[in-house]
Ligand binder design. Structure first.
Ligand SMILES: CC(C)(COP(=O)(O)OP(=O)(O)OC[C@H]1O[C@@H](n2cnc3c(N)ncnc32)[C@H](O)[C@@H]1OP(=O)(O)O)[C@@H](O)C(=O)NCCC(=O)NCCS
Length: 353
């Protein structure tokens, strides 16, 4: 289905139970595919099945979609060298996983360029004689390659996971300690609606030296001056320093602020939001997290320097009550020339809410 999963799924479960002459209480275990697949489809299915498992107090196991497709090929039992599951993920990429003829995965499911997927087939097919049975809509993309193995590919015509195979795998697999979670191999295309971070989808957390690599990546995507993880970790090792991170609902880091506090005065050393995530309220939430952390640490003033041409940052800071207290001539340099920095200050009134 392209749309309407939420309305269709529960009545389908009901219809299947009726047809099998079973009541919901007779379900011992639920198996659900965890992806890769469409965001909406996965979320609806996982929400419904997790809800059912909770209400019925039954077990629940997650099964990889590619694993379920491979199982359908395996049970056809025609032998063969390898089972390849390749789903066309558009943008010249494939959801891809290779299995032995017995259905044992050679590697975890991945989102690969066609090039990288072909390299995987080259790697694994050397050792495995016989046909390479392919399931999934990615078959023509592999078949169009001119490789040593191209003539060994054979299309199984299986483009969907089979519910019976999901059930069989689910019956064989022991439930994990945690409820199944969606396996997202690609970031969502849809942007979170503006301010949704503020409504609870995001959280602010204190960063650790272990986050240095994340910070360096965000820093390097945002500024001409490049840092490496070691420099960030070294900075964090210094006295009075702190790292504040903004994470999205999926636990991915979307923004950071590096701070240094000396006595009651603090300064922002660096702050940025991931380029794809800007204008969604993250910068403001991050700054509010910074102000709260500094108040907690007993600071009463926060300073920062910002380029006079950095309109986004200037607007953000002005909106948060920063005021200019100084100017440094030609402090920043970029490919357009030298720019002055404004020194901004924000008083941190300790009883402010
Ligand atoms: C500055 C920066 C951190 C803002 O982060 P952000 O998540 O996009 O900011 P927000 O979505 O929370 O925006 C908050 C407010 O800032 C202002 N703002 C943000 N981006 C803006 C832009 N491009 N133009 C004008 N105003 C902007 C707006 O007033 C906005 O409120 P609104 O959306 O209600 O209009 C981000 O642009 C960034 O990382 N820039 C590169 C690094 C940098 O310049 N860091 C600061 C160095 S001092």
């Amino acid at each position: 289905m392209r749309t309407g999963h939420a309305e269709a799924l529960a009545p389908m479960v009901e219809a299947v139970l009726r047809e099998a002459d079973r009541v919901p209480a007779s379900i011992d275990r639920i198996a659900v595919t965890i992806g890769p697949g469409t965001f909406t489809g996965l979320r609806v299915a996982l929400a419904l099945t997790r809800g059912m498992a909770l209400a019925l107090r039954c077990e629940i196991v997650g099964i990889g979609t590619l694993e379920a497709m491979a199982e359908a090929v395996r049970q056809e039992g025609e032998g063969g060298g390898l089972i390849i599951v390749a789903i066309d993920a558009r943008r010249d990429e494939l959801y891809f996983q290779i299995f032995s003829r017995d259905g044992v995965p050679c590697a975890p499911p991945a989102l690969l360029s066609i090039e990288a997927a072909a390299a995987e087939v080259t790697r694994w097919s050397k050792e495995a004689e016989g046909p390479l049975r392919v399931a999934g809509s990615g078959f023509p993309l592999l078949a169009a390659r001119k490789e040593a193995w191209t003539s060994r590919l054979c299309d199984t015509g299986r483009n969907e996971p089979d519910a019976v195979c999901v059930a069989r795998l689910g019956a064989a697999k022991a439930p994990g300690a945690e409820a199944p979670k969606p396996l997202y191999l690609r970031k969502p295309d849809a942007k979170l609606p503006a301010k949704s971070m503020a409504m609870g989808a995001a959280r602010i957390r204190r960063g650790l030296p272990a986050d240095a690599m994340l910070v360096a990546a965000l820093q390097n995507a945002s500024f001409e001056e490049q840092w490496n993880a070691a420099a960030v970790a070294q900075f964090l090792d210094g006295p009075g320093t702190a790292l504040i991170l903004a994470e999205n609902g999926m636990g991915e880091c979307e923004g950071y602020a590096l701070l240094r506090q000396t006595g009651a005065e603090a300064e922002i050393i660096s702050l940025a939001v991931a380029p794809d995530s800007r204008r969604r309220g993250i910068g403001r939430i991050l700054m509010e997290g910074v102000l709260a952390a500094l108040r907690e640490a007993g600071a009463n003033a926060l300073f920062l320097e910002v380029s006079v041409v950095n309109e986004a940052a200037l607007t953000l800071y002005q909106g948060l009550g920063f005021v200019p207290v100084g100017r440094r001539a030609a402090y920043y340099r970029d490919r357009f020339g030298a720019h002055d920095a404004l020194v901004l200050k924000r008083d941190l009134v300790q009883n402010e809410t």
